[in-house]
Design a binder for this molecule. Structure first.
Ligand SMILES: Cc1cc2nc3c(=O)[nH]c(=O)nc-3n(C[C@H](O)[C@H](O)[C@H](O)COP(=O)(O)OP(=O)(O)OC[C@H]3O[C@@H](n4cnc5c(N)ncnc54)[C@H](O)[C@@H]3O)c2cc1C
Ligand code: FES
Length: 368
């Protein structure tokens, strides 16, 4: 097989962000979700709970990359793991569910991401978490890390699934509730439960969120922090509801797995918010090395750079993961999706090359 890791390392001498991981075990979590555990590399994989890795595969002779959050905790799990749910018609999620086998080695980009926090044994915090479907993956890693590292902190997870057999980590979550009595509460909400289900059901709404997660229900905890990860609609409901409960937006950690970037671009175009698409010459500095290249009309800065074999980092290619983040030091771009960036990063001039197109001449972007 084409060895992507070797290619990057040899040609670009920047192999330090790429790594090979050998698959140790694959566990079926639900009919359409698996967890892939990796052997620890030497030295051990360093990551923070809630971060993601970029899986790089050669499928049909083409390099494909996807981001997958680590479901494990570096503090207790001996082997790092990712949990992958099938997307209908999806290339990589179905390949991983159907064809990946223990013993195979795959290439990855090292863990990245800001959907995480630091832990301290003296903290007395309430981790308030809302997850939908595979969005439980990073939340599981963070919850386990909070329980082991912060004996006085508490975790509440409001977890939305379609039906009982679709609940990822159902047994593991029950085990945690037994292992840490009173310190973790998991409230399940099912959108299509069978008739015997006695828990929350139907669409997630503000009332359910308020009843399950209201800060006034947890007065003993000195501070709360909020993590939301799941489908777009669920995230919007959760974030608006938390805000209406008085939670400041900057206390809410958000991780999106999917953005329909083409639809967003079409909306922006229709409302006249995008500059005319022209072919532009730009400069991109990657780790101190300067590259000048043309971005043809209609292409993103990342697409044009990769077409020219510039080793620009990337993962999700939809403006969510920030692997392609760079600082715009001159010129203007139209950024179609900026969900991965914080307001302060945008104010400082950071852009996402995978979702940006040139909107002026004299563009210079620095990627470090
Ligand atoms: C930071 C980050 C972390 C992630 N972590 C996880 C994780 O822990 N577990 C996990 O299962 N996935 C995770 N994802 C999503 C994952 O990276 C892939 O996007 C997903 O597996 C689909 O890839 P695919 O190749 O199967 O589908 P593709 O072949 O890329 O897409 C097939 C079709 O489905 C649409 N589509 C793709 N994804 C979705 C979606 N989520 N909802 C609706 N339509 C979609 C596409 O637009 C396309 O039309 C994460 C994404 C990001 C950005
Ligand atoms: S590659 Fe993920 S934000 Fe650009």
């Amino acid at each position: 097989m084409f060895n992507i890791f070797k290619k990057k390392k040899d040609e670009n001498n920047r192999g330090d962000q790429y790594l090979s991981l050998k698959i140790r075990e694959i566990v079926k979590e639900t009919p359409d979700t698996v967890t892939v555990f990796f052997e620890q590399p030497e030295p051990f994989l360093e990551y923070k709970p809630g971060q993601y890795i970029t899986v790089i595969l050669d499928l049909g002779g083409k390099e494909v990359r996807r981001s997958y959050s680590l479901c494990t905790s570096p503090f207790i799990d001996p082997h790092p793991g990712i949990t992958v749910k099938r997307v209908k018609g999806g290339l990589v999620s179905n390949y991983i569910n159907d064809q990946l086998r223990p013993g195979k080695t795959i290439e990855i980009m090292k863990p990245l991401g800001h959907f995480t926090t630091d832990f301290h044994s003296k903290n007395k915090r309430h981790f308030v978490m809302v997850a939908g479907g595979s969005g439980i993956t990073p939340i599981m890693g963070i919850a386990k890390s909070a329980l082991i590292n912060e004996p006085e902190s508490k975790v509440t997870i409001l977890y939305c699934s379609r039906s009982e057999d679709q609940i990822i980590f159902k047994n593991q979550l029950e085990k945690l509730e037994n292992q840490y009595p009173g310190r973790i509460t998991v409230v399940h909400n099912l959108s299509q439960p069978n008739p015997t289900w006695s828990g929350l059901k139907g669409r997630l709404d503000a009332t359910k969120i308020k009843e399950s997660l209201s800060p006034s229900a947890f007065p003993a905890y000195t501070s709360s922090l909020y993590f939301v990860c799941g489908p777009e609609g669920l995230m919007e409901t959760a974030i608006h509801s938390l805000e209406s409960m008085g939670v400041p937006n900057d206390l809410i950690y958000k991780e999106s797995f999917f953005s329909d970037i083409e639809a967003k671009e079409a909306d922006l175009k229709a409302s006249g918010k995008l500059a005319p698409e022209l072919t532009r010459e730009i400069e991109v500095v990657v780790n101190g090395e300067s590259h000048h290249f043309e971005v043809p009309a209609g292409k993103t800065i990342l697409e044009a750079g990769l077409d020219r074999d510039v080793d620009m980092p990337y993962s999700c290619q939809s403006g969510l993961c920030t692997a392609c983040r760079g600082k715009l030091t001159s010129g203007k771009v139209d950024m179609i999706e900026d969900a991965g960036l914080s307001e302060s990063e945008i104010a400082e001039g950071y852009i996402l090359c995978c979702s940006s197109k040139p909107a002026s001449s004299d563009i210079k972007i620095v990627i470090e």
